[in-house]
Write a protein that binds this ligand. Structure first.
Ligand code: AMP
Length: 212
């Protein structure tokens, strides 16, 4: 009997470039150059293992609903999505950055209700509720850094790596919300049904992460 396919959803972009060497070390190599193709589903050297390459924000959804058995996604997107629908067994320790609040360098806000622009509205809602701060959240999908200077928000919640993007827009990081890196997530039913192959891949990936 032919064994069932195992579909792994990878996040495209900069995370993919750091993910592929770890999967190669775990003996999973796509049969063509993923980074140069417009295809979304790829065969690998292992006949039953397929790789999907999609937006990071869609990886938790595909894994939760089982269209993908496993996935690699940034912790920021996992927190924003909510992680009840899958397991998160491994930190790949790649694409490390911080999720932070940031304010104008000349910040003088003392209003009771802070206006916060972010694409991470669920994370921000929980964070400010824990801080006991009343906020008005403004959902933006890009160019967040412009919101304070244009009067749309007092503060933003965003990913910070080097801090150069903030600085170039007259902002500075303020409070750390979470340290971020890319994680492997696994569909709960797949973990039971395809346990042997998933355990094998996780174990090899874990060895590759430790060897780095
Ligand atoms: P930087 O100027 O180095 O602080 O980079 C900040 C911008 O790069 C942010 O607005 C993010 O959109 C993006 N960025 C940096 N690192 C990551 C990461 N690991 N995952 C996703 N986005 C990132």
């Amino acid at each position: 009997m032919k064994s069932a396919n195992l579909v792994i959803a990878l996040t495209k972009g900069r995370i993919l470039e750091e993910t592929l060497p770890l999967f190669a070390a775990a003996d999973i190599v796509p049969t063509e150059d993923i980074t140069k193709s417009r295809k979304l589903l790829f065969d690998t050297n292992v006949e039953t293992v397929k790789l999907m390459v999609i937006r990071g924000s869609d990886v938790p959804t595909y894994v939760e609903f089982g269209s993908a058995d496993m996935g690699v996604a940034g912790k920021d997107l996992i927190l924003e999505h909510g992680s009840d629908g899958f397991y998160e067994p491994l930190d790949l320790q790649i694409a490390k950055c911080r999720l932070m609040t940031a304010v104008p360098v000349t910040d003088q806000t003392d209003s009771d209700v802070l206006k916060v622009a972010t694409k991470f509205t669920n994370i921000a809602k929980h964070y400010f509720a824990e801080q006991g701060r009343q906020v008005e959240l403004i959902k933006l999908n890009g160019a967040l850094e412009l919101a304070p200077s244009l009067g749309l928000a007092d503060s933003i919640v965003d990913i910070v790596d080097t801090g150069k993007t903030l600085k170039a827009n007259g902002l500075e990081p303020k409070d750390l919300i979470a340290d971020i890196s890319s994680r492997v997530i696994v569909n709960k039913a797949s973990m039971k049904i395809k346990n042997a192959i998933i355990r094998d891949i996780l174990s090899k990936l874990s060895t590759a992460v430790k060897a780095k």
